[in-house]
Design a protein around this ligand. Structure first.
Ligand code: FAD
Ligand code: FES
Length: 251
């Protein structure tokens, strides 16, 4: 991991509060894997303080894509970046990544959490594995990454809370439709992750969760991102994670 100076190639609003940032990043593009994330400097000043964590959503040649939701001051600043801007990003970060074991993979993404699975999905497909995405959002307007799924030609099943697109209800219901020979990897809001874990305890799926936590440093030093584990210890989401087998973490 190292600090990189990256050039903004494009920064586009997709829909709802979601944007996609295309960055020229030859050194990162070569080494980044599904599950990795970057700590991006959003401001040179102390307003806001600290970097922000983002999954690498895709690699295209020597460029990387970051899909992000505007939720606060840092991401608001990011949405103002234009072609030619130069930004700093530290990474790739994360030592605990997804599992490539098994031939059939169900990737369950809630909202912007889908961006934590997209690069992994491409890796699996390149390895000749069967991949199905389940993508859940509040409503049709918030399914901002649908075009990516279509362009990439993946099989996908969509869920919305209000039924305005796809199946009505929580995306976690998908676990009941796929037998336990499918390995499940999930990324999304905490409540969704808890539910995936809970359902899998009945269905018997092997589940890997890519967790989110407030991160100050991103490389194991501040201890601000810890999660409790079954063996009554703590693990740093940024360092031992961000991906953990569901049965190991208490969330
Ligand atoms: C490993 C990892 C990967 C991530 N990948 C992505 C991604 O690909 N795309 C994306 O849009 N977001 C991603 N996030 C979340 C992203 O880091 C936050 O949305 C971002 O830091 C918000 O910055 P802000 O200054 O705009 O918001 P702030 O002003 O800092 O906070 C605004 C709101 O967002 C919440 N929030 C802030 N940080 C987090 C966080 N880390 N987890 C959960 N809620 C948070 C706050 O509680 C608050 O309600 C990731 C987080 C982690 C830990
Ligand atoms: S964010 Fe500092 S230890 Fe994980």
């Amino acid at each position: 991991m190292e600090d990189h100076l990256l050039e903004v190639k494009e920064n586009i609003h997709l829909s709802g509060r979601t944007w996609v940032l295309r960055l020229s990043a030859p050194a990162l593009a070569e080494k980044v894997r599904g599950g990795h994330f970057l700590m991006i400097e959003v401001s040179k000043s102390y307003d806001p303080m600290g970097r922000r964590a983002f999954a690498v959503g895709d690699v295209r040649g020597d460029e990387i894509l970051i899909f992000y939701d505007v939720v606060g001051r840092g991401t608001e600043i990011m949405s103002g970046w234009v072609r030619g801007d130069r930004i700093r990003a530290f990474g790739p970060l994360g030592k605990g990544l997804f599992s490539y074991e098994g031939d059939k993979h169900l990737l369950v993404g809630g909202g912007i959490g889908l961006a934590g699975l997209t690069l992994f999905g491409k890796e699996l497909r390149n390895m000749g594995k069967e991949v199905v995405f389940a993508y859940g959002a509040r409503s049709a307007e918030h399914l901002s990454m649908m075009d990516w799924l279509k362009e990439e030609g993946f099989s996908y099943i969509v869920f919305t809370d209000d039924g305005s697109a796809g199946r009505k209800g929580p995306v976690t219901e998908i676990l009941r439709d796929f037998d336990s020979s499918w390995v499940v990897s999930a990324c999304g809001p905490k409540a969704m992750m808890r539910e995936v874990k809970r359902i899998s305890e009945r269905t018997g799926h092997k589940v890997y969760l890519s967790l989110e936590a407030r991160m100050a440093c991103g490389w194991g030093v501040c201890l601000g991102c810890v999660v409790r584990t079954r063996d009554r210890r703590y693990r740093r989401v940024c360092w031992e994670g961000p991906v953990f087998p569901a049965e190991e973490v208490l969330i």
